[in-house]
Design a protein around this ligand. Structure first.
Ligand code: HEM
Length: 508
């Protein structure tokens, strides 16, 4: 067979192969295409500027801006934060599917420069670590150390601290007609409960030098973990800027000269303190933690545990002042309990104060404590409801619009309704373990990373609030009613704008 004949013989085979290849290509193409057809684009708000994206469009109150975008675009939106993709969700059901149902793919943290590389020595401790074996060990240790039975050991001291808080508020308030801003007193109370459990000690007053040192170290840390100091993570070009302007040096100096010595000495003292504390608990129970791990754990706990609860109580006082009828109902409920039992209620007796518990929950829903919780990171593509959240995306829950979601909170979601939870009085720990539709609010986050201190937070705030409402009536100061329609961006937390209220002794 010559070459021409050979060609003729091969022609049908080549043609057949070409057709087969073409058909395969078309099938593959249509399969790929059909995947795209069925996956919905996550909407993005405009305008997004070249390179920086939405980074500078968030304004002073990012949670409010993002809430507005959710109103326009729906329950899931994507933001381009420089080179990072952020996916914000404000539907509880969708957030649950992403961060709980897909928990194995959505529980990582961002490996940013300050929090991850420097503050936590490359992901040690609890907050910034990746969900690996070391994190599991540390989280389990912390959870065991702040379990209800451990908190119970400190209950009498927590109640004492609550009495001191209310004594101080009444005393300072009585000295002035103008009214007082209670934040520092609340911070002292909350930090003392955290320090009692953590280090077996308290701070005597808000002008105590060690209290000032610890609280200012936490505040500085919160500021340094803001976007402005971490620009290089969003815009790599800022790596050179950070180097030239010395921001990296500032971060390192803060850790070496403030965080490490302040927490280092609290930990050292705690080993020798009288009575139980978390530092001793971890050592005595055989948790084999390095010095760096211990340092990060305790700065994590003190940082995460102080301003969250203080800001919550600060909002609660401002809200109570605005709603005197709710105050009166809470006071009547507490007085009634005291008449029957001759003492204030314990946390375990909270169901005897249904209106009070409902109002406390409603304060947290009405004024969420953080803007976005603590961001999670997708370590794999996550497919939910036809959307693909890409691997590497940062996932946030937008707390403001999530807590006003009309599908989840159909009854007047924009208003403060103190009796909203009157038929859902279980603890937030219980609610957080149930179905998403049974959850009361989402301030404590999601899934595997959910706040491990929900019980501790609820006990501290319950004891402080009940003591306060049993002895005081809260009235506006000279400048009028606290403005609860505006808020202040405190980095991670969202605080009320400073206000002045009067604490007047009420007749029991
Ligand atoms: C009202 C009070 C509090 C609120 C609103 C709050 C909120 C949160 C949120 C939103 C998260 C992130 C959850 C997530 O990633 O989905 C978190 C994590 C955490 N919280 Fe809280 N928290 C509060 C009190 C406390 C207290 C009192 C402590 C300890 C003393 C604490 C320690 C922690 C720790 C260590 C984490 C990190 C958990 C992890 O990444 O695995 N929190 N909290």
């Amino acid at each position: 067979m010559n070459k021409v004949e050979q060609g003729k013989a091969l022609a049908p085979i080549i043609a057949g192969t070409t057709v087969a290849l073409y058909i395969s290509y078309k099938i593959l193409h249509s399969l790929l295409h059909s995947k795209n057809k069925f996956s919905k684009e996550i909407p993005a708000p405009g305008p997004a500027y070249p390179y920086v994206g939405h980074l500078f469009s968030l304004g002073n109150m990012p949670a409010e801006t993002v809430s507005q975008w959710h109103k326009e675009l729906g329950p899931i939106i994507q933001l381009r934060m420089g080179v990072q993709t952020w996916v914000s969700i404000d539907s509880p059901a969708l957030a649950h599917k992403v961060m709980v149902t897909n928990g194995s793919k959505a529980s990582h943290r961002n490996e940013n420069e300050f929090g991850y590389s420097l503050y936590s020595f490359g992901g040690k401790g609890v907050v910034h670590s990746q969900p690996n074996a070391a994190w599991k060990k540390v989280r389990a240790a912390v959870a065991a150390a702040i379990a209800p039975s451990q908190i119970e050991l400190h209950m009498a001291s927590i109640q004492d601290e609550a009495k001191k808080l209310v004594d101080a508020l009444l005393e300072t308030s009585e000295k002035t007609n103008v009214g007082i801003f209670p934040f520092k007193d609340l911070q002292l109370y909350i930090m003392n409960t955290v320090a009692l459990i953590g280090f077996g000690r308290t701070f005597p007053a808000k002008d105590d030098p060690t209290f000032i040192d610890v609280s200012s170290t936490i505040d500085e840390g919160f500021k340094l973990s803001g976007v402005e100091c971490d620009m290089a993570n969003y815009l790599p070009i800022f790596t050179i800027h950070n180097y030239l302007t010395g921001i990296r040096k500032v971060l390192i100096k803060y850790l070496a000269e403030r965080r490490d010595p302040v927490f280092g000495s609290l930990i050292k003292e705690a080993y020798h303190a009288d009575g139980p504390n978390l530092v001793k608990y971890l050592k005595e129970n055989g948790y084999d933690l390095s010095e760096e791990e211990t340092l990060v754990i305790f700065s994590d706990l003190t940082g995460a545990g102080t301003d969250t609860n203080s800001v919550y109580l600060c909002w609660t006082i401002a809200i109570m002042c605005n709603y005197p009828e709710a105050q009166k109902r809470i006071a009547a409920e507490i007085d009634n309990f005291v008449e029957r039992h001759g003492r204030l209620p314990l946390f375990s007796e909270r169901l005897e104060l249904p209106f009070c518990i409902s109002a406390m929950k409603e304060c947290m829903r009405y004024k969420p404590i953080t803007a976005f919780g603590i961001p999670h990171l997708a370590n794999e593509d996550i497919v939910v409801d036809g959307y693909i959240i890409p691997k590497g995306a940062t996932i946030i829950s937008n707390m403001v619009s999530m807590h006003k979601n009309p599908e989840f909170y159909p009854d007047r979601p924009e208003e403060f309704v103190p009796e909203r939870f009157i038929n859902a009085l279980g603890t937030s720990v219980a609610a957080s373990k149930g179905k998403v539709e049974d959850r009361d609010h989402f301030n404590f986050g999601w899934g595997r990373r959910i706040c491990p201190a929900i019980h501790m937070a609820e006990v501290e705030t319950f004891v402080g609030f009940v003591e306060l409402m049993s002895r005081c009536f809260i009235e506006p100061g000279e400048d009028g009613m606290p403005n609860i329609n505006k808020a202040e961006n405190g980095g991670i937390v969202v605080s009320p704008i400073p206000y002045k209220v009067k604490f007047t002794k009420r007749k029991n």
